[in-house]
Design a protein around this ligand. Structure first.
Ligand SMILES: [Cu+2]
Length: 126
C-alpha cells in the first residue's frame, strides 16, 4: 500500500469513530426534567452561587452550612426564609419571572441575585 492510500484509510477510520461518538448520545441527559431543584449553599458568610438563574416552577433550596444563623430575604418582593440555624434549609418555588437581589437579614453585606426566567416552550407537542 502506498502512503496516500494509507492516509486515506486512516481518515476514513477516524470519521467512523467520530460518527460512532455522535450516535452514542449523552447519558447524562435526563429526559422530561421540566422543573429542577437548585441548591444554594450559605457558607463563609456568602451565598453560593451568588448569581442563580432558574425557570418559573423551579425549586430553590437554601442550606445554611455556617455556625451562625442566616436568612435569605428578598430586597423588594417580600419573600423571606426564617432564621436558618446550621444545617437547616428552606425552599421556595420560583413563581414570578424577574431578577432581584436578596440578602441575609442578619448580615446585609451578604447579597446575591436570583433571576427567574419564563419557562421556554417545550417542543414536540403539535
Ligand atoms: Cu447571615
Amino acid at each position: 500500500m502506498n502512503a496516500a492510500a494509507c492516509a486515506w484509510r486512516m481518515l476514513l477510520w477516524s470519521s467512523v469513530v467520530v460518527l460512532a461518538g455522535c450516535l452514542s448520545g449523552d447519558p447524562d441527559q435526563t429526559p422530561n426534567a421540566r422543573s429542577t431543584s437548585h441548591t444554594i449553599e450559605i457558607r463563609d458568610m456568602a451565598f453560593h452561587p451568588a448569581d442563580l438563574r432558574v425557570q418559573v416552577g423551579d425549586t430553590i433550596v437554601w442550606v445554611n452550612q455556617d455556625f451562625v444563623p442566616h436568612t435569605a430575604t428578598a430586597q423588594d418582593s417580600g419573600w423571606s426564609s426564617p432564621s436558618l440555624a446550621q444545617d437547616e434549609s428552606w425552599k421556595m418555588v420560583a413563581r414570578r419571572p424577574g431578577s432581584e437581589e436578596y440578602l441575609c437579614d442578619f448580615h446585609p453585606v451578604m447579597t446575591a441575585t436570583l433571576t427567574v426566567h419564563d419557562r421556554e416552550p417545550q417542543g414536540g407537542s403539535p
